[in-house]
Write a protein that binds this ligand. Structure first.
Ligand code: SAM
Length: 292
């Protein structure tokens, strides 16, 4: 096995060799602790029959650990400067494809079709750039890619929101959007000392397993998400008050909102943060009948 990229000395050597200054604007915080990498990759349960998709390989710290465990790694990196670096650091591995692309603008399904044909078990594993964690996760879920799940490092505060259960302060429309598609669990909290440079915020790793069918069946997904987002706009207000703002002409049509709440057996004085995803699903379907 080759020497790990993710040690402080090797990372500094690589950066010096290529005169590489990290770009904070691209969320570049490189991992320098092989133990954390082993733990992250362990969460993904990879075998040589699996493929891993990585977003932001950086200088290859996580990529090489994935290449050791998976049959194939497909990695998307936005920063062109890192391509020659990756070619060098990952040269011992023949099962990695690096694509120079902004993950938010690229056709991931097309890349899967061309690079990962024959792999039925595909997992996203990434130390995400923190300035775009939520858009990346939502894009990968909304595009309904053929993936088993995702293991990602992100800001601890966002990890708490994504994995939050009803009745907690962190629970909100982001928890619902992601838990609608996945079972999301906190896997590890990670100290700042494992990064170079160290980020300003605490980090965590979460594990999201895609559900075979969404957590609740709804008539219209977009409408369901409109209802959930609208129910948290003013967290301290009741669901009735929030829906009066969120639904078209909601103030004039208060009676219809009350009727839908009654049909869904949701007390109008409750706050959005107390409703489960199933309750939101039923409520959205009842509201849909009056406000679609
Ligand atoms: N995987 C490496 C590691 O763990 O050491 C680097 C992780 S670093 C937190 C995030 C990486 O994502 C950087 O390499 C950065 O250039 C890349 N990146 C930032 N925005 C991106 C985007 N929109 N699409 C693809 N890669 C991106």
């Amino acid at each position: 096995m080759t020497k790990d990229i993710a040690t402080p000395i090797r990372t500094q050597q690589i950066m010096a060799k290529y005169d590489l200054k990290v770009k904070k604007s691209l969320g570049q915080n490189f991992l320098i602790d092989p133990n954390i990498l082993r733990k992250i990759v362990g969460q993904a349960n990879l075998t040589k029959k699996s493929a891993a998709i990585e977003i932001g390989p950086g200088i290859g710290a996580l990529t090489e650990h994935l290449a050791r465990e998976a049959g194939k790694v497909l990695a998307f990196e936005i920063d062109q400067r890192l391509l020659p670096v990756l070619e060098d650091t990952l040269s011992p591995y023949d099962n990695i494809s690096i694509v120079h692309a902004d993950i938010l603008k690229t056709d991931v399904q097309a890349a899967i079709d061309s690079e990962l044909a024959g792999y039925d078990d595909i997992v996203v594993v990434a130390n995400l750039p923190y300035y775009v964690t939520t858009p990346i996760i939502l894009k990968l879920l909304l595009e309904k890619l053929p993936i088993r799940g995702m293991v990602v490092m992100l800001q601890k505060e966002v990890a708490e929101r994504i994995t939050a259960k009803p009745g907690t302060k962190a629970y909100g429309s982001l928890s619902i959007a992601i838990q609608y598609y996945t079972q999301a669990e906190m896997a590890l909290t990670v100290p700042k000392s494992v990064f170079l440079p160290q980020p300003n915020v605490d980090s965590a790793v979460i594990h999201m397993t895609k559900r075979e069918v969404p957590e609740v069946k709804v008539i219209d997904e977009d409408f369901f998400f409109t209802v959930t987002r609208g129910s948290f706009v003013q967290r301290r207000k009741t669901i009735l008050n929030n829906l009066q703002v969120a639904m078209p002409l909601g103030k004039e049509k208060k009676e219809l909102i009350l009727k839908a709440l009654e049909e869904a057996e949701v007390d109008p004085t409750r706050r959005g943060e107390t409703l489960t995803i199933k309750e939101f699903g039923l409520l959205a379907d009842k509201l849909y009948a009056y406000f679609r």
